[in-house]
Each structure stands twice: as C-alpha cells, then as structure tokens.
Design a protein around this ligand. Sequence first.
Ligand code: BGC
Length: 461
Amino acid sequence: MNRVPLLPANFRFGMATSAHQIEGAARSDGKGISIWNTFEAESGRIRHGENADVAIDHFHRVAEDVGHIADCGVQDYRFSLSWPRIVPAGTGRVEPRGLDFYDSLVDALLASGVRPVPTLYHWDLPQALEDRGGWMSRDTALAFADYSAVVAARLGDRVGQWITLNEMNVHTLYGYALADHAPGRGLGMAALPSAHHQLLGHGLAVQALRAAGATSVGVASQHFPVVAASDDYADQVAAETFSALTNWTFSDPLLLGRYPSDEILSLMPGTESAIAADLEVISAPLDFYGVNFYEPTRIEAPKAGKDYAGTLEVDIPEGLPFSPVAYETDWRTDFGWAVVPDALRDILLRLTERYPDLPPVIITENGASFHDAEPDSEGRVHDADRVRFLEAHLDAVVSAIDAGVDVQGYYVWSAFDNFEWAAGYDERFGLVYVDRETLERTRKDSWYWYQSVIAGQGLPA
Ligand code: BGC
C-alpha cells in the first residue's frame, strides 16, 4: 500500500452523512413529510422504486452508529438535521421529539470525543413549504432563518461548528432545473430563483447562528472542475458557461458578493437593488468553506446531430449552449464516475486564485461508490478500490496544501452505506457496510485503513 504523506497535526479527519439518507423513521415521532418522501412515492423516480422510509434505521440505532464513527478515531462527524423532523410544516410548531433526537446525538458524539458538525439543510425540504413554492419562493429563505434559530437555541450550547446548506448547486440543478431529484420540477433556466433563495437562506441562517453564539460557520458546496473538450474557442466558451452556472453562480455570491455575469444576474428574482441588498447578507464572512468533490466534468459546444443521451448520469435538455461529454479515463467508480484525484487539487487551486479572501477549506465530502461484496466468512468486506480512491484523494489534498491552499480537514462520504437518492440502495459509499435485509453493520477494510491513517495523521500503519 502506498503511504499517504503526513498531514498537519491540527488537520481534522471526519465522516459525513445526511438525515434523509440514513435516519428512516420517515413518518413517525412527529416528523413531517419532506419533498423526498413525496418524490419517492411517485412512480419511476427512484431506481427499483425504493424509498428511504427505513433507510438504514439510524434513528433507532444511534448508539451503535456513534460507536462505528468514534472507534475509527475521527475528530469530526458531519450529519444533517431534518427540517421536517424539527418543524414538521416548515414554519410554526416545533416538534420536541425531533429536537430531542439531535440533542442526544450531539451528547453521544461529545461523550465519545467526536465534534458534532451539523448541516442545517441537506435537501429534505418540508413538503408543506414546497406546496407554497419551495425554494422558488423567497418565503422559504425566511422560514429557513426561523428554523435555524430554533435549532441554534437548542444545540448552540454544545455545537460550535455549523454548516448551513449542502450543495445548493446540485439541489438547484437536479431538483429544480432538471427533474432527477426532489422536488422534480424540471424548470430549466427558469430554476435560477431557487439558487438565489437558497443563498439568501444561507445568509440569514449565518446571522441566526452567530446571534446564538456559533463560533464557526460555513457552507458545503459541490465544486465541479470543468474542462473543455478541446482548445476550440466554441468548446472553451461552452465550458466557461457551464462552470459559471454550476460553480460560480453559487460561490461568487458567497465569497465576492456578486453574480458571475449580468446574464445570470438578470435571471434572479427581484429588482437589481433588492438583489444587491440580499448579496450583502449572502456574502457575510465565513469561518470555513466546505468543498464537496466527486468528479470533473468535460464540456463541449453542442454539435449538430450528435446524440448526447446517456453521457452523464442525468440528461441535460437540448438547446443549452453546452453539452457534457464523457471524461476520458479508465479509472471509474462502480457508479460510473470518473476518478481524477488531480482534479481535486486543481479545483482547490482555482478557488484560491479566484477568491483572495477564501476562508480555510474543509473537504466536507469526498468518497466513492463501489458495489462491495457482502461480508466474507470472516466478516470482512474487502474494498481495496475504495481505499485506493481515498488514498489518491488524500494525496491530492496534501499536494494542494503544499501548493499553498489552506485545507484544514477532510470528511469521507460516507460513514455508512445509505440511500443514494434517485439511485436507491445499489450505490454503496460507506466505510461501514450495511446489509439491506438485516441492516447489520460491518466495518469495511476502508474503515480500518482510515483508522490507521487518522492514528498516524496520514501514515497508514
Ligand atoms: C451529496 C450526497 C450524495 C453524494 C454522492 C453529494 O452530492 O451531498 O448526499 O450522497 O454526493 O452522490
């Protein structure tokens, strides 16, 4: 096995999950319905028609699960809070059983020496809010601020580090522009107001968290390094346009207080002066910037008559000024995603160049789905592919640090095999294997590998 070079002594290793993907107990303990519960009930939305009503039943197995997290030695655990579990209708009545659940999770983590890092929103909007426009409505941003204040008042005495929203770009793109994720709106370019309202929700939540004494507030953004398919001018422009829409539309408002172009600004809701006032709120300084990274995207200018169907996991509608094409590499995950560890270093360098005031970075998600075999007769899950993937990406983080990027942590997606959104349960991202029938947990070889990396701050035993 290769060695992962030593990381700084204050570097924080973690694992990440999200509420909807692991908790289950979808319709009990007072929890409200989320847009994902609705989406999953619609025919054809989820591969094999599965749902997350039980997921991996984390809600009832917290004690065991905290053990799998803490025993690995991670300093941080990133999880998300389910808004409909806490405020079932999105606004108004607070459900005490929801708050109690997260309260005891936080206590269990702290008692085990793990720092809790909650994310306030990981895509599971209360359905009642979607019925009133969801993130296409400005009121959802205001409701999000109220919910953030409720949570901070309850957990803020023990939680210092917070993440506001997860991957606003993916939620906008897959949920509102396309129809591959909940709420499945398929609005195309008309979806952009949902980006602005999430960004505003983020800014208002930062205010609410700071008012409640939070010491460290950040956001988790997925970044796609975008490469042009060729040096042709048309391909270069297409790649820039795609990157502006999927990367900079989200990070420029946060880190520069503006949208990347007048065209994009013109698609946002409200007058220019109202948007400018919102951008003041949105760009409040952050304590850290979370980067989720999975794979780069290769883009070309659409070629007449060429069929692009099936090149990406989701099909981009025709008529747009860019077309994703397959990234050329032999190294892929079992999900079909290109494995390009250097692209992680490249995007970190790109962020550092683009944002002179970039706060310290935490890699808030990175990981891979491989279709692991079930535990063998000795109860071992041999997932050498995942180890190779993680090792190469940690190497990329080290080289980014060497090149001057201030990366202070790395969280593996994910602690457990879980409900992978529209792909259901086939895709396994976990360090801990979960049997689909019995829900029994088994630590994979990658879990043991990660434990040794953490114990040596980067040097496997
Ligand atoms: C999301 C996770 C998801 C992972 C793998 C990220 O986009 O934040 O919820 O499971 O990617 O697809």
